[in-house]
Ligand binder design. Structure first.
Ligand code: 3MF
Ligand code: MG
Ligand code: MG
Length: 416
């Protein structure tokens, strides 16, 4: 029988095994990357429809302190993660924000992004752009307030995940009216931003739309990043130049899409400004697993694309520590290991970009066989046949790079 581990020894065991894992970066190195830790991810208590919480709440000031210790230099939050709904837009809001500005300064952490909660409270039961004018006026006020909070906390980005913009029951909402009403709310937020920035000689925020294909409504009106890009250029927005996207890796995977292709479409539109990073499974719900724990090869390729195209925005750790991780584990294992997997994958992406095998293969593919101008399909096919094998060479090489095999790593019996 194996030796039991009494409760008092369990943290030490976790610490010892984490340090035995090795491969971790110092907090100074971690701070060099534009990685942000969301208040809601750190404070998530493990609850879900069928799951009771397994962790206790963690206050924002403590989250900021813990992120600073780990070396996560940016923090982001929903309005209601820091201010209870009934204290929003009140004197209490101002006091709470002063306290957070002080906590950020004390810990050398910056607020990268703020976002409005327009999905959880009962007031959003019919969505943030539903029929009642008073709900929409309240939604507008909430988004304007988020902009004010963003300026107060020194954020550069504001993100809008519309959540319940959709329906459970068919035929109840007129989709076109709902979209127009939603646009009016985003327009109000941009107008507010222009007014605040003018008054304080600050830069405007970058407003980023985040899509999710399903959850919390059955049918959503803006289910993908592509839908968001279409919405931005639909003519409904008064300041489309102020609005970009915040794709989330898993949200694109959830509908069966290729996250890397979704990112590429946002890149070519010049709208990839913010990126929520996590992992999970295709065609399943939003499991919000930490980056690289499910699809490390796809993640490597995503980061190759972003590095190659000079993406400069934040990498926001929008995941949920698993329900089996303790409060202690959230900051000892979950956050540091997520950051370290990101950095490792980012650096491996750099290696892949300068890999001589991949580069020579890619150049050869682009050079072709030298039949430019030929109109003979059979001849062009025959002439390029051997070159196309390089696709599989590149695929193999990328897996080798991921596994360390490009440095000669072999496993198991060699040729003896
Ligand atoms: C839901 C999400 C959200 C958004 C957040 C920012 C709770 O699946 O991903 O996180 O990222 O509301 O707008
Ligand atoms: Mg997200
Ligand atoms: Mg999500």
């Amino acid at each position: 029988m194996s030796t039991t581990i009494p409760e008092k020894d369990q943290r030490a065991l976790v610490d010892r095994l984490m340090s035995a894992c090795g491969g971790s970066y110092s907090s100074e190195v971690r701070r060099r990357y534009f990685i942000s830790g969301p208040q809601w991810a750190a404070a998530y208590q493990g609850q879900a429809l069928f799951h009771a919480p397994t962790r206790t709440a963690v206050e924002p000031a403590e989250v900021i302190e813990r992120l600073a210790e780990i070396g996560i230099g940016w923090w982001c939050t929903h309005d209601t993660d820091i201010i209870p709904t009934n204290h929003l837009m009140s004197d209490r809001q101002a006091e709470i924000l002063d306290g957070l500005v002080a906590a950020l300064e004390r810990n050398g952490v910056q607020c990268s992004m703020v976002t409005g909660e327009t999905f959880h409270h009962g007031v959003w039961a019919g969505g943030p752009a539903g029929e009642q004018a008073e709900v929409r006026a309240y939604a507008r006020r909430r988004l304007e307030n988020v902009v004010e909070i963003g300026h107060k906390l020194g954020a550069q980005f504001v993100v809008y995940w519309p959540g319940t913009l959709g329906y459970q029951l068919q035929g109840v909402v007129d989709e076109t009216r709902m979209l127009k009403r939603y646009a009016e709310e985003i327009n109000a937020a941009c107008e507010k931003d222009l007014a605040v920035s003018r008054a304080s000689a600050a830069s405007t925020l970058r407003h980023c739309l985040e899509a999710k294909p399903f959850e919390p409504q059955a049918e959503l009106l803006l289910p993908t990043t592509d839908a968001m890009l279409g919405f931005i250029s639909s003519g409904l927005l008064t300041h489309p130049e102020m609005v970009g996207v915040n794709p989330e890796y898993l949200h694109e995977l959830m509908w069966g899409g290729a996250p890397r292709a979704a990112l590429a479409r946002a890149l070519v539109a010049g709208k990839l400004w913010h990126f929520d990073i996590n992992d999970g499974y295709r065609l399943k719900h939003d499991v919000d697993i930490g980056i690289g724990l499910v699809n490390p090869l796809d993640w490597l390729n995503v980061l190759i694309l972003l590095r190659a195209h000079g993406y400069q925005g934040p990498f926001n750790l929008d995941y949920k520590p698993p329900r089996t991780t303790s409060n202690y584990g959230v900051f000892r294992v979950s956050f540091p290991s997520a950051v370290d997997r990101f950095i490792t994958l980012w650096e491996i992406a750099g290696e892949a970009i300068s890999d001589p095998v991949i580069n020579e293969a890619t150049k050869a593919l682009e050079a072709g066989a030298g039949l430019a101008g030929s109109e003979d399909a059979d001849r062009i096919f025959e002439a390029n046949k051997e070159l196309w094998t390089l696709h599989e060479v590149i695929g193999h090489r990328l897996v080798q790079i991921l596994l360390g095999a490009h440095r000669g790593r072999t496993v198991g019996p060699l040729n003896s």
